[in-house]
Design a binder for this molecule. Structure first.
Ligand code: B1M
Length: 807
């Protein structure tokens, strides 16, 4: 059969959900097996050694694979820089190679797209739109060259996956499959969990999603179970042939083709519909898989069991009452208005943090204010909040342009607040909600305003749900707001809201949302009315109260309701919260702004950290601040990271916060240098493979302050560069820093190389992972536990030693 002919004749989508679709296996490890030299780009071989590539494709086709992946994993403009070939040339040749391997067109061709190889902001420097453009170039060419689908694979950052999917959706109409790579702890390298991955990818409209690489089938199985629980769309697995181990210089994968296919069978039994191999697999593995899966149909029933919203690292299932924090909304808030006008992001971040600390599960973000560019402001605020908090957001605007801008940059699955029953309004908002895979709040009002009776509001709710479904939005993602009216003005209508709410819950079976505090407007003792109305609404079936979480009475009501409605099983949350109440109050009270530098670093608030440092410097020495606040805070961050409490994005933010506050410490240190005449010089570097440089930079500033000229070679520095600089600049003392157990080995190798090339040079080492004995065992001459000790050692050294690197 000619599968590829006319592309639409037999669309790959027709296979999904019925036949098990078998992909090919690894390309990289097959190429290594056939003599790929280290450092050589596999994609360039599409042109330079096309026969080798064609042969690998042929072997997979012969083994029975129905989808062949192009050898284009890294064919992006960043990785190909300096290769002498363009993205277009490589992709075109790669597609041709598959076509040549399958003369009679018996397979589908998947355009392979791997990660760009650079981290996106805020973890790295690449912007979302730059990433989008990089992927777009690959996709446009793949489409032109005649692929049948796009396979976005081995993603570890959900945001990068989103950029790739949008680039695919907006520049081709090819089917999109997307897989991410997880580690043994069930998270990707950037901390993304499987449920969040599913929520976001299926929301973005991919045709299949799943897991590939990093792990063998055994380790993938529990992660797969989570994916299957959440996914409504076909699930794909491309496991490694086990976890690679290096034995005598060779990488070995310990899962045999037979065992691999047994897992394949088990996975299909569980509901997987698309299967292939990743690193370490070969045509043998695919052959076994094809034989084992002969005549098996897809089992997945596609019944969703999870509904909710998320960020990459945090999923909020709407399976119980969830609090939406209302405070980032300028209506009636003078200080927030000022902050928005003056661009005081820290004020807004503090509002965000305090609400989360008070128990908000979701934050509403509304920045609509005359005189500011709402679109620009919402994008900035979403990015800032998401760089320090993992809480999902509710985008609150009635301007579709603003909503689209916000949905585009938001990392995760958001709620859009809101759409109403007016046809024009639904036509504008709902397509955006569908395109970006969000949830939507539907207000029970239309061109005639808010109906008085509960029945009429219910009718509007019904209309909104129906229309949303017509646009392909799942009913589970529509949250109905029956609208709170002010008791002071419309007392008799208050109960109508609750009647409407009950009807919506019972008849439409959708989740409900309500801004509560409007009920008390114009009354004294508003708090009393608010908490009473909240309790009544929860009793009527409210799922998502929009409230001020800093209002203890309101949060008390929510917690109490959860116990009484059996939402908080065994009253676990209740007991945890109220059992420790006195203790937690005490902790908050003892903290003042200055003492908070520790917390500020952990929270990752850059501007706030600078202010705290300035205050602390009034009565503390710069190094005291480093030792008493900065290092303990980073230790705590490192500890939380290791325990999986926080993830890479937060680790990066804390490091960035330290960097910005250290700028101020540095200025102070440089105000009173002990001597300004640089008579002795030394080199400082963080060793190869290690990018931790905060400690090394502290050591540098202090040494400079004591009059030493520092040649700072930066981080991730090879021994060759260090030797070259030592010889060229005639330096006698070399300082090396390393922070990881893995890079201490590079430190040892660097010392060895240095001693060989520069025999009379001396090496001083430091870094939290070392101690005195270990430093001696790797050949270092000196070990400094901190920057102060580094200064003492350096001073003593130059007092007693010759000053040049004589060979
Ligand atoms: Co990473 N990291 N990190 N990290 N990070 C550690 C080191 C880790 C222990 C965290 C953990 O899991 N608990 C762990 C290493 C585990 C191991 O040993 N195998 C770790 C990991 C795993 C990673 C990544 C692999 C995470 C990932 O990507 N999945 C990745 C590594 C990338 C790479 O290097 N290839 C990574 C990345 C990062 C950030 C980029 C986010 C950031 C670094 C930013 C930067 O440096 N520009 C970061 C941070 C901040 C940390 C922790 C939290 C803090 C390090 C630090 O700056 N401490 C760290 C956990 C921890 O240490 N508690 C962790 C404060 C600093 C002042 O102390 O550097 O020890 P330190 O310097 C002291 C002394 O040691 C001494 O003086 C300084 C001042 O007193 N000293 C010297 C240091 N060098 C000296 C040289 C001298 C003399 C004295 O003479 C020359």
């Amino acid at each position: 059969m000619n599968l590829r002919e006319g592309r639409t004749a037999v669309n790959i989508k027709d296979y999904l959900g019925s036949e098990v679709l078998i992909f090919d296996g690894a390309m990289g490890t097959m190429l290594q097996g056939s003599g790929l030299r280290t450092g050589e780009l596999p994609e360039v071989l599409n042109i330079k050694e096309k026969e080798k590539i064609i042969e690998i494709h042929r072997r997979y086709i012969k083994a029975g694979a129905k989808v062949i992946t192009t050898n284009t994993f890294g064919a992006n403009e960043i990785k190909l820089k300096g290769s002498g070939f363009t993205v277009e040339e490589i992709i075109d040749e790669a597609v041709n190679n598959v076509k040549k391997a399958s003369k009679d067109d018996e397979v589908f061709i998947a355009l392979d797209i791997g990660p760009i190889g650079e981290l996106l902001q805020p973890m790295g420097t690449l912007s979302f739109e730059e990433a989008y453009e990089i992927f777009k170039r690959q996709i446009v060419q793949g489409d032109k060259s005649g692929v049948n689908l796009i396979l976005i694979e081995t993603m570890t950052d959900l945001y990068e996956a989103k950029a790739a999917i949008l680039a695919a959706k907006e520049n081709s109409d090819l089917p999109i499959f997307c897989t991410m790579s997880f580690e043994k702890n069930g998270r990707t390298f950037t901390g993304c969990n499987p449920t969040s991955m599913v929520m976001v990818l299926q929301g973005l409209g991919v045709d299949a999603l799943g897991i590939n690489c990093s792990l063998g089938p055994k380790e993938i199985e529990p992660i797969l179970d989570e994916v299957l629980r959440a996914s409504r769309i076909p699930v794909m697995i491309q496991a490694n042939a086990g976890i690679p181990v290096v034995r005598e210089g060779t990488t070995i994968f310990d899962v045999s083709p037979e065992e691999f296919s047994m897992y394949g069978y088990k996975f299909v039994e569980k509901g997987v519909g698309i299967i292939g191999g990743c690193c370490g697999t070969s045509d043998q593995y695919i052959k076994c898989l094809v034989e084992k899966l002969n005549n098996i149909k897809v089992k997945k029933s596609l019944i969703p069991t999870i509904n909710g919203i998320c960020t990459p690292t945090k999923t909020v299932e709407i399976d119980s009452v969830r609090v939406i924090g209302e405070r980032i909304n300028p209506t009636g808030k003078k200080l927030l208005k000022e902050a928005l006008r003056s661009g005081n992001i820290d004020y807004i971040l503090k509002e965000a943090i305090s609400q989360v600390e008070a128990g908000a599960d979701i934050l509403d973000v509304n920045v609509g204010l005359p005189g500011i560019d709402e679109g620009e402001a919402i994008v900035k605020i979403i990015k800032e909040i998401q760089s320090i908090l993992d809480v999902p957001l509710q985008i609150d605007s009635n301007d579709s342009v603003v909503i689209e801008k916000a949905l585009r940059v938001y990392n995760g699955k958001a709620i859009v607040n809101s759409v109403n029953g007016e046809a024009k309004n639904m036509e504008k908002i709902l397509p955006l909600v569908k395109k970006y895979g969000a949830a939507i709040v539907g207000l029970t009002l239309d061109e005639n305003g808010i109906p008085e009776t509960g029945e009429k509001r219910y009718e509007i709710a019904k209309r909104i749900v129906k229309k949303a479904e017509e646009y392909g939005i799942n009913k589970e993602d529509v949250y109905i707001d029956c609208l709170t009216l002010t008791a002071a003005a419309q007392q008799k209508d208050v109960m109508e809201t609750l009647r409407a709410l009950s009807m919506v819950k019972e008849k439409l079976k959708v989740k409900t949302v309500l801004g509560v505090s409007n009920v008390s407007f114009g009354f004294p003792n508003r708090g009393l009315l608010n908490k009473t109305f909240l309790a009544m609404s929860l009793g009527a079936g409210l799922d998502l109260p929009i409230i001020n979480p800093l209002d203890e009475d309101m949060m008390d009501t929510v917690r109490a309701f959860k116990v009484l409605s059996n939402n908080d099983e065994g009253a676990k949350e209740f007991l945890e919260y109220y059992g420790n109440k006195t203790e937690s109050n005490k902790v908050t009270k003892t903290h003042n702004v200055e003492d908070n530098l520790f917390d500020i670093i952990i929270k990752g608030m850059k501007e706030e950290a600078k202010r705290a440092v300035v205050k602390l410097l009034q009565h503390k020495e710069p190094l005291e601040i480093v030792n008493e606040y900065i290092i303990p805070a980073l230790d705590s961050v490192g500890d939380k990271y290791e325990k999986g409490i926080i993830f890479l994005p937060q680790l990066v933010q804390s490091a960035e916060t330290v960097k910005s506050s250290f700028e101020i410490i540095k200025e102070r240190l440089n105000e009173n240098p002990e001597t300004q005449s640089y008579t002795n010089k030394m080199i400082l570097a963080t060793v190869k493979g290690d990018i931790h440089d905060i400690g090394k930079n502290i050591v540098k500033v202090l040494l400079e302050n004591y009059g030493f000229e520092i040649i700072d070679l930066g981080k991730d520095v090879s021994s060759e560069r260090i030797i070259e600089a030592a010889i060229e600049k005639d330096v006698k003392l070399i300082g090396l820093s390393a922070l990881m157990t893995t890079t201490v080995k590079n430190m040892e190798a660097t010392i060895k190389d240095l001693k060989k090339a520069c025999p009379s040079s001396k090496v001083i080492v430091g870094g939290a992972v070392l101690n005195k004995d270990y430093a001696a065992s790797i050949g270092a001459d000196y070990y400094a536990k901190d920057a102060k000790e580094a200064v003492e050692i350096t001073r003593a050294f130059f007092k007693n030693s010759p000053k040049t690197c004589t060979k």
